[in-house]
Design a protein around this ligand. Structure first.
Ligand code: ATP
Ligand code: MG
Length: 599
């Protein structure tokens, strides 16, 4: 995070300022817990009576310059509520809003509090007190809706393929690397979790090593491997140094019998643990190259020894965030040992291959399993599963979720959660009720915004602005319209469009509606929505006007005004087309047609 400002004796800090990360809310709470811990030390050290309260909220803020010195700060309802949470928190406590809670559910232990009434708000706010981070356990990190268990829908072929690979690896002793690849929320972790369940009851004994990369540690060398060993050897963050040494020595000795203490120390030191005072390391006099060579060697020896005992699976989740040295080390192990019952199973989102195009090359056996969006019948099945407690689900609601989610299970879950939040779906232990009257415009849920915003933030500025301009034209847009919006500042619009295509933000459509244009579509309605929301309101208005003008001109050329009157109306009054029965909408279309015919 970033410290925004000091107000009296308070500090205001912000996350997601320069760059959004999927775990910003989690990081904010970790920071809050760390502050409380540190305060204990400060109190002891300086013999002070000092206490702090912390309030955390999540939402959109206005970010701009204020005051006589033009200081840059965040303002608005989200900030005011955060401040209210802080003043209401008990001394020494961390109070969070429901919006924040939704993003960290399951990661921290929290206690639900009495709702808090806040000036200017009609309904009291649901708030929670954070107690502690939950201990680090490994289960594939799928998301889901609390209290609802779904069967895996589809993916039979993929699961069978994984089982077959497992049998081949163990019977033929072929070192194998598998990548399960698919966009966020498509079901990589879910597939893996089903495979895990199967392994659990399968007759074969396996050695299992699991590591998960996170956005936080992409730049930290060996973070992925260190996490893998920490989990396997049960090393905790707050273990004392002697305990860490002992756990490392015992863990390594489980497979490497000869000289295991020395190897453990090298391996540990190489991965970044503190083995500075180890007598074994004295021989290399701190030479990094030697440490690296031995680290790699002992890592390979360790996994070979494990594989000689039982078929060994190394599971690497979310390698799109993995640090490069860890990945290189794994590849090194695979290449050194082509004939082992060793299976490395990695999960990645497609952008991973932009930075690691050679992943899988020159590995004894490499298999890639691509996960695509669910076909429409399976999407219906999935929604049915999630809404299993609702006695009758209106077809309109079913259609709405399936259409918006477009085959992405995570999107479907999030949209349903949003409908629950908006009171369209009223949940109960047993029976869920549907309240269609409360269905207004469908907003994008906060979790999805985080995931997609994080992707947008990673784009080069020109690509991003091009995408933002396109989003104002619509889910479907045309290159010539974009050029009009870009005026002269982006002469290379087509280059940016190819970049965006390569990164799978957009696709080109066959048979464009207008001559001499290329027609594109956003990959996903929700992505379109989030991109649109990221355009400043003032700028949006200008782009809308230009887009409308372009449509007016081009439809006149092709004599298709009627077809596009609604689209033009939408540009004059964005959002209006989402309200299907709106009389204003009809009026607007008429006005546009009328105005257009008079031009
Ligand atoms: N085939 C499926 N049947 C039922 N539920 C599914 C299916 N695929 C995914 N889900 C559910 O959708 C949610 C998202 O899936 P999952 O977490 O596996 O996505 P992911 O591909 O691992 O995404 P990320 O890249 O963000 O880690 C989870 O709650 C998961 O249980
Ligand atoms: Mg996952």
């Amino acid at each position: 995070g970033k410290i925004d400002k000091h107000i009296g004796d308070a500090i205001m800090a912000l996350w997601s300022v320069d760059k959004t990360r999927e775990d910003d809310a989690e990081q904010a709470i970790h920071a809050a817990l760390a502050m409380q811990r540190e305060l204990v030390n400060i109190r002891e050290m300086h013999n002070l009576q000092l206490e702090i309260r912390i309030g955390i909220n999540t939402g959109l803020v206005f970010f701009g310059t204020v005051g006589t010195i033009g200081e840059l700060t965040a303002m608005g309802d989200t900030v005011n509520t955060a401040s209210r949470l802080e003043t209401s928190a008990p001394v020494g406590g961390i109070l969070i809003s429901h919006a924040t809670y939704k993003l960290i559910k399951g990661i921290f232990d929290v206690v639900k509090q009495e709702p808090l009434s806040v000036k200017g708000k009609t309904e009291p706010l649901q708030v929670y007190l954070v107690k502690r981070a939950r201990p680090h356990k490994f289960h594939p990190s799928t998301r889901g809706i609390e209290g609802i268990e779904t069967h895996m829908v589809g993916r039979d072929a993929e699961l069978e393929k994984l089982k077959a690979i497992f049998y081949t690896v163990s019977s033929k002793k072929e070192t194998t690397l598998v990548s399960i690849v698919g966009e966020a929320g498509i079901g990589k972790s879910r597939l893996l979790s089903e495979f895990n369940n199967w392994l659990y009851v399968a007759p074969d004994l396996v050695c299992y090593f699991k590591g998960r990369a996170t956005e936080q540690t992409t730049g930290t060398p060996y973070a992925l491997l260190r996490g893998l060993f920490a989990l396997r050897f049960q090393i905790k963050e707050d273990d004392s140094l002697p305990t860490v040494w002992k756990k490392f020595e015992d863990g390594v000795a489980e497979y490497l019998f000869e000289d295991s203490e020395r190897k453990a120390h090298f391996l540990g030191a190489w991965l970044g643990y503190n083995f500075k005072d180890s007598p074994h390391l004295a021989v290399i006099h701190g030479d990094a190259q030697q440490l690296n060579d031995r680290g790699l060697l002992y890592l390979a020896q360790f996994f070979s020894a494990a594989a000689e005992k039982n078929t060994t699976i190394i599971l690497l989740e979310d390698i799109h965030w993995a640090d490069v040295p860890s990945l290189d080390a794994i590849v090194n192990v695979l290449k050194r040992q082509p004939q082992l019952p060793l299976l490395v199973l990695s999960l990645a989102r497609p952008p991973f291959f932009e930075s690691k195009p050679d992943w899988g090359e020159n590995i004894p056996v490499y298999v890639q399993i691509d996960l695509h969006t669910l076909p429409i019948e399976q999407s219906y099945q999935l929604v049915e599963q999630i809404l299993q407690k609702a006695t009758s689900v209106p077809v309109t609601l079913h259609d709405l979720i399936v259409n918006q989610a477009e085959g992405n299970p995570f999107y479907a879950e999030e949209l349903i959660k949003m409908l629950i939040d908006n009171g369209v779906i009223v949940t109960d232990e047993e029976n869920w009720q549907i309240n269609l009257d409360r269905l207004g415009a469908l907003n994008v849920p906060p979790t999805l915004i985080e995931v997609l915003q994080a992707r947008l933030d990673k784009l080069d500025p020109e690509d991003r602005v091009t995408l933002q301009r396109a989003s104002v034209i619509g889910r479907i847009f045309w290159d010539r319209a974009l050029v009009q919006l870009a005026a002269d500042d982006f002469p290379e619009t087509s280059k940016y469009l190819s970049n965006l295509q390569a990164k799978e933000f957009i696709f080109q459509r066959r048979s464009p509606a207008f001559t001499d244009t290329l027609e594109f579509t956003f990959k996903h309605a929700v992505l379109h929505n989030v991109t649109y929301e990221s355009v400043l309101k003032r700028t949006r208005k200008l782009y809308h006007k230009q887009a409308a003008q372009w449509l007016v001109d081009v439809t006149e050329e092709s004599d298709r005004q009627d077809e596009y009157a609604a689209a033009i109306a939408e540009h004059y009054s964005p959002g209006i087309m989402r309200l299907p029965t709106s009389p204003i909408q009809k009026l607007l279309i008429c006005t546009v047609k009328h105005w257009h015919s008079r031009q």
